[in-house]
Design a binder for this molecule. Sequence first.
Ligand SMILES: *[C@@H]1O[C@H](CO)[C@@H](O)[C@H](O)[C@H]1NC(C)=O
Ligand SMILES: *[C@@H]1O[C@H](CO)[C@@H](O)[C@H](O)[C@H]1NC(C)=O
Ligand SMILES: *[C@@H]1O[C@H](CO)[C@@H](O)[C@H](O)[C@H]1NC(C)=O
Ligand SMILES: *[C@@H]1O[C@H](CO)[C@@H](O)[C@H](O)[C@H]1NC(C)=O
Ligand SMILES: *[C@@H]1O[C@H](CO)[C@@H](O)[C@H](O)[C@H]1NC(C)=O
Length: 533
Amino acid sequence: MQLHISPSLRHVTVLPAKGFKEFMKVKVGSRRFSYRMFFYSLLFFTFLLRFIFVLAALDNIDGDTKCSTIGCLGKKFGPRILRRRTEPTVPEVIYQVLEEPVNQDELQAGQEIPQSLEDFMVEIRYSRPDAKAFAEKLKAMVTLLEQRTRNAKIQEYLYRHVASSSIPKQLYCLTLRLANEHSTNANARLQLPSPELVPALVDNSFFHVVLASDNVLATSVVASSLVHNSLHPERVVLHIITDRKTYSPMQAWFSLNPLTPAIIEIKALHHFDWLTKGKVPVLEAMEKDQKVRSQFRGGSSAIVANNSEKPYVIAAKLQALSPKYNSPMNHIRIHLPELFPILNKVVFLDDDIVIQTDLSPLWDIDMNGKVNGAVETCRGEDKFVMSKRFKSYLNFSHPLVAKNFDPRECAWAYGMNIFDLEAWRKTNISQTYHFWLDENLKSDLSLWQLGTLPPGLIAFHGHVHFIDPFWHMLGLGYQENTTIEAAESAGVIHFNGRAKPWLDIAFPQLRPLWTKYINFSDKFIKSCHIRAS
Ligand SMILES: *[C@@H]1O[C@H](CO)[C@@H](O)[C@H](O)[C@H]1NC(C)=O
Ligand SMILES: *[C@@H]1O[C@H](CO)[C@@H](O)[C@H](O)[C@H]1NC(C)=O
Ligand SMILES: *[C@@H]1O[C@H](CO)[C@@H](O)[C@H](O)[C@H]1NC(C)=O
Ligand SMILES: *[C@@H]1O[C@H](CO)[C@@H](O)[C@H](O)[C@H]1NC(C)=O
Ligand SMILES: *[C@@H]1O[C@H](CO)[C@@H](O)[C@H](O)[C@H]1NC(C)=O
């Protein structure tokens, strides 16, 4: 006999034995009753329906009461399918044993626990246990099965996380093909920008936009949406920062798709002098961060071992250990003044956005001496997305946080920010950032757990100038309530959240706003089967 349990726990399939054509599929629609109770019911149901000898065994246990009908045992345990007229004849001791809390030590020290229903029945058949022993064995087995399903559940939540953070195979394909093109085709290795345009890279009369990403397709969408909607593309300079492994695919892509007259520069992190010489706070911080995270809450095995925690909480805690949240690409924006020492003002973009308007008015905004022009995230029509205050990101139970910040202060968003680097250089923002990263590590990640926004909120505290929400519409990746009309009327849209437009889980009605900027006739896009829907 086999018992299949779908990871979502929605379907349980029992294949009674070889030779039986029928199988039972039990749909667990409602979550109102406990899984343990469900297993008990299922077990009884299966046994009683198919295996008479179990009935015989139970008859024995039961002693003087005759219990040979399905209904007799189905009562109380039985799911709807078993709800018939019954007499309460299951021995009281069985209920008692089953309802006692599970003693983990006993389980571990345990007698051999049957690993499957089959083993269980064989045992019952040969050992003819009394009611108490029967119930104990049953309970041990169910507990074991339950632990397995619980693990499956954790896996499922983690899988969802992986689905949103790992690279789908089409994007991986694109990277590989472009890397290959880079090595075989000289036209895919052009110096970007061409030498005569290099002076523009440090010329403050241009509009400088910075984008850090290791995703070529996403970067291409940001770049072409930026350039196509620009009123003065010849004055746009896009600085693309990427990592070592994505550098050649990225260079290949933009060599073959140059977006002239805009100027595009591509640099890997290791090309920045500032990042390669001496002690670099961001790299040091990441190294420490990795160390702390790997031991966070006793490490991943200790997190999984806590049986009283809900599977999704466990998955969330495991996520906190993920290196994704610790990539230099995420932390790099706190060092923009050092990375672009000559520039006065830059717009910094995330790679999950689409630009739908000319961005040049951003450079004209009077920032009142502030450093970071950002949209605030606590006011607006969309109550779900626009509900973020400091207390949403920082742990105000921690005295250090409570003492320094106001929980009701409005948060702001990363993803589309205008930074006044001149003003920034007069502050200690980067130092403050690293100071708090350190504090968080020292207190075992109890100030905040994930992401670069919480330390950003702290570091830029008092240095933020709120800009019109038109410049940055959030939430297209975590809720599908955004209407296409509303999204079309925003200057910049941001697919923040899991449902990235390059993933299968993207919201289909919003995805065209992104795919619009992909040329599906391109040979690399075609050969990697990247499709509009
Ligand atoms: C396990 O999780 C529960 C519920 O959140 C918590 O109260 C308990 O402290 C945790 N135990 C350990 C050892 O972490
Ligand atoms: C930055 O930090 C230094 C040393 O901690 C301090 O002397 C200086 O006043 C700070 N500058 C500003 C603008 O806060
Ligand atoms: C918040 O801070 C308090 C006090 O330090 C700590 O006990 C608690 O575990 C923290 N919460 C989280 C989620 O880290
Ligand atoms: C979407 O809108 C519906 C109806 O207004 C609402 O019930 C639901 O909570 C919203 N979902 C999100 C994620 O905001
Ligand atoms: C799309 O790609 C094809 C094939 O490379 C090319 O001929 C065409 O001009 C491109 N279209 C646009 C709008 O760039």
